[in-house]
Structures are given as C-alpha cells and as structure tokens.
Design a protein around this ligand. Structure first.
Ligand code: NDP
Length: 314
C-alpha cells in the first residue's frame, strides 16, 4: 500500500475543500506558522501545497520544501505565489479560472449600481426610520453612462457583456490591445479614466500592476468619476484613493479588495461616498463548490499521474 502524499495547507481553507483533501492526503494545516519545529521535521516530505488567492507562497517557503511537486491555488489570482521560484524547479502552479468569472463580473456590476444608486445608504436610511423625514439625496444614473474597464480578460469581458445590457458605452485598457474586441482601446489607465464615468479595475495583482491606479489616474477620472475595484487591493494606490475621496478629486468608490486585508483603514470606513465589501466577489455556494472541485482536482490529477486540469501559463 502506497502511503498518502503529504501536503502543506498555507491558508484557512473553505471546509469542504479541506474535507476533500483529507480523503487523499496527509494534511499539515499551516504548520509552518503554528509549529516551526514540527514543520522542520515534515518539510522534507511535503509534496504539494494547497493555497488560496490571498496566500503567500514565497521563495523562502518553496526553498524549504525539497520534495515539492505542485502548488494548487483556490482562486484565479495567484499573485501571492512566487511563480518564478516554482518554475526554476519545474513545479507547476494551478489556479481556478473561468468558474468564478460570472460571480466576479456580477459583483463588479453590483458594486457599480450600489455606489451610484446609493443602495447601502438607502437601506440604512429606511432602517433608521428616516423615510418620513426624507427624501434621500438624488443618486446617479448608470444606464447609458460611460464605462472604462482596466483589464479586459475573462472577467473584464464578462463585465463588458453585462454592461452592454445597461446600454453603457464601453472602453478598456490592457497592456496589449485586443483587436477582436468591439470596445474602444486606450493605452493607459489615465487616458481611459479621462473618458469615462465609471472605472472598473479587474487586472491581476502582483508587481506588474502595483499602484497602477495612482493619483494621476484618479485626477483624470475626475470629480464626477467613480472607481470600482474587484481586482486586488495592491492595484490601487490606497493612500492616493483616500486622498482623492476626501478632496473630491473623484466622486466615490466601491471596493471589494484592499491593500492590507482584512485591515480596512478608518479613513475609508468613515467615508459616506464609498461602498466596502470584504473580498467576496467569488463567494457564492455554487462558485466556491466549483473552485474547490478544481483546487482539489488539480492535486488529485497530479498525484494520479494525469494532466493538470488548470495549470497557470508558464
Ligand atoms: P485574465 O488573465 O483573464 O485577465 C487579466 C487581464 O488584465 C488581461 O486582459 C490583461 O491584458 C490585463 N492586464 C494584465 N496586466 C495589466 C496591466 N499591467 N495593465 C493593464 N492591464 C493588464 O484574468 P481574470 O479576468 O480571470 O482575473 C483577473 C483578476 O481578477 C485575477 O487575477 C484576480 O486578481 C482578480 N479576482 C478578484 C476576485 C475577488 O474576489 N475580488 C475574484 C477573482 C479574481 P494584457 O495581458 O494585455 O495586459
């Protein structure tokens, strides 16, 4: 009888994923954080890592695992994984693309409507018994407005498709223009921001996009402009955003992601012209189930000697 492969779990996993892993692997749950001595003892036997989208899998950790064969991420974004360090040892990294695209696009549109139509504010207004003293201040029309999408990949495209239903005029920016796309291309976020009412950010995180949405982009978005971020907190210069919201450089923001999650600065939490959600864009039962199936399925496939289901591009 072959012994079960040993894997290191580096995040607090969704319980159904953890259950699936326990059927097939010897699981060391965040042992590297909780018990360094015990971790040092098992590290030479660890053959897989199970992570989530927020996990850090740095070179130092990979270096400590000489038998490591595969890294599976529960999430499409894998900016926390040092992919270069993994590639040097031919360790494949897998993620969970496509299955969460609809949910994240839905959430981008939901946040746009929430901030523009002030839905959380309206809910608070009714609950507080303020309706008899109303009315609420007027809101902002979404249908027919100009939408800019930063990152026209799987999710960006799904946002665009939804926005077409709202009769929005749609433009985008990416590093390379997408010639098949019917939407207007701008070479930089700043050029795009100057031409739109709503700017939705949906690029990957990591070094390549750090601070992409900076003070200049926010200035270009302008005093009537609204920023929506469903990408990663690092893509937006959060200090510049707080400043822009306070100064009226932009009109408002709706954010699902933050620079130092789960910490959200008081300066954002106090503001009225923001809508804040705790990184829940893919957090539905249906999608989390599909993500867990893929995250588990990739590890299962690897140790069964089968092709990986969804490896990230090398
Ligand atoms: P894709 O890889 O399909 O799309 C990424 C897009 O971003 C591409 O169009 C790419 O175009 C563009 N892009 C990359 N770098 C830059 C850059 N420096 N400037 C401008 N555009 C850039 O990914 P998905 O659409 O599947 O996912 C996108 C991201 O969404 C994930 O990586 C993740 O970080 C985030 N996400 C957030 C979730 C949440 O819970 N809030 C849930 C799921 C995903 P090009 O290469 O031409 O630049």
């Amino acid at each position: 009888v072959l012994s079960k492969p040993e894997i290191l779990v580096v995040a607090k996993l969704w319980p159904p994923l953890m259950e699936a892993l326990l059927t097939e692997f010897v699981v060391h749950d965040r042992l590297h954080e909780s018990d360094p001595a015990a971790f040092a003892e098992v590290a030479p036997r660890i053959r897989g890592i199970s992570a989530n989208g927020e996990s850090k899998v740095p070179r130092e950790l990979i270096d400590r695992l000489p038998a490591l064969e595969v890294i599976s991420v529960f999430g499409v974004g894998y900016d926390g994984v040092d992919v270069a360090a993994a590639a040097e040892r031919n360790i494949p990294v897998t993620n969970t693309p496509d299955v969460l695209t609809d949910d994240v696009a839905d959430m981008g549109i939901a946040l746009m409507l929430s901030i523009a139509r002030r839905i959380p504010h309206a809910d608070k207004f009714v609950r507080a018994g303020e309706w008899p003293n109303g009315p609420m201040p007027l809101a902002r029309k979404v249908s027919g407005a100009r939408l800019g999408i930063v990152g026209l990949g799987r999710i960006g495209q799904a946002i665009a498709t939804r926005a077409e239903g709202f009769g929005m005029s749609i433009a985008y920016t990416t590093r390379t223009a997408k010639p098949q796309s019917p939407y207007r291309y701008y070479p930089t976020p700043q050029a795009l921001a100057a031409e739109v009412d709503f700017l939705i950010v949906i690029t990957p995180g990591g070094a390549g996009t750090k601070g992409l949405i900076n003070a200049e982009v926010l200035k270009a978005l302008g005093p009537d402009g609204i920023l929506i971020n469903v990408a990663r907190g690092t893509v937006v210069d959060q200090a510049a955003l707080i400043d822009a919201l306070a100064q009226g450089t932009i009109a408002g923001a709706a954010l699902d992601v933050f620079e130092a999650e789960p910490q959200v600065p008081e300066a954002l939490r106090q503001r009225d012209n923001v809508v804040l959600t705790p990184h829940i864009a893919s957090a539905t039962w249906q999608t989390r189930r599909a993500m867990a199936d893929l995250a588990y399925g990739n590890l299962h496939a690897h140790f069964a000697g089968k092709p990986l289901l969804t490896p990230v591009p090398a």
